[in-house]
Design a binder for this molecule. Sequence first.
Ligand code: PHE
Length: 470
Amino acid sequence: MTELVQNPALDATADNTGKDHPMWSSRMAFILAASGSAVGLGNIWKFPYITGENGGGAFVLVYLLCIALIGIPIMIAEVMIGRRGGRSPINSMRNLTRRDGLSNRWIWIGGMGMLASILILSFYSVIGGWALAYIGNSANGLFVGASTAAIGTMFSSLLADPYTLLLWHSVFMLLVILIVARGLSSGMERAINILMPLLFVLLLVMVGYAMSTNSFAEGFAFLFQPDFSKLTTAGVLTALGHAFFTLSLGMGVMMAYGSYLPKQVSIVKTAVTVSVVDTLVALLAGLAIFPLVFANGLEAGAGPGLIFQTLPIAFGQMSGGILFGSLFFILLVVAAITSAISLLEPLVEWFEEQQGISRLSATLMGGISIWALGILTILSLNVWADVHPLGMFERFAGKTFFDLFDYATANLIMPLVGLATALFVGWFMAKPAAENEFDMGNGLAYQSFMFVIRFITPAAVLVVFIYNLS
Ligand code: PHE
């Protein structure tokens, strides 16, 4: 028992790399970092457009349920594994299975999660690059008075131009590498301490701007008035998939961040806080975006182009559009960067655990490989738009590299890792270890958590997984 209760980070450092294992400086530092990871393109780009496509209110309600019933328990489980293992996702799982005498097949949870984080960052950075390009477009007044067609062309010509995409993808990755290379406290914590407050201020400014239009009430009603006739099965599944993505689950990220979490911090309280922050940001982003869309008589269900094609039309027609348009895309970049650094961390942490690799080399190795992988996404948008690497299988017909990365992570790896994580913590992880990490005693809270993570979460994830495959 004493063996189980001691700080796992201490015995985990007993490998022979001779490196110290850093820790977040405070509970707040972890909350900001994990919220920074959670709040990203998913909240400001994806949540509003999938809400738009799925008819608003009822979809939002289902999404909130998914966050509470599936997202929060899995986040708790991932952070528990990370803190207990005290290492990169693969090595944390190795520590846990070894210590408790479990099959080492479980280690693939860590490996698959890390693979997903690599694939996702490779295209996340390309999209972050679009946002960077749009700061310039907005600041240079390119949206002002532009027709719908002109704004459509602006977006399609960006995607058609591999060199410009490469430039912005490189700038984005460079920023991420610069932050991550400086390490946990002088790089990531420092950047996050500046970027997260900036993000909240910008978001509130944007909501304030939306309130100044006369369509705020319409935007509000769209988000919060449920109309269940608009809800489809596919919509429910989209909501669940998005709950995973938006909370950064199934990718080893919360395990990696959890490995730096000091023992005295409550995992449950922080996971709930992070999920609430993430949800609030998504809702506020909706409140910032839909009123502008409605005020200009535009379409809420425009799909992925909502941010890059619909919203610029609104900015181009409104007073103050240059300023607020630029601030909006800065907000998008800030949100994307704090997520991207969390996507790079699992791989960097793992490299660092190898003999003789410094933080700097680990970051360069990870960052440059992922940057190179991102080129496949860039080419998928133009030169290789007709290259379908797995085209011989019907399921993957017509899918480019980018489509495949997105599909494999969102529909296969994320749910599988989520499912396995829930099963591992619910059924296999040593009980004293789980109770100890849960740190709220073994009363009602623990019992409910265990019930959800054993039955509800796996069942829900399984349903989505099977539906998506059929
Ligand atoms: N949660 C981030 C978002 O909403 C994306 C992300 C996924 C980040 C997985 C890290 C890990 O944009």
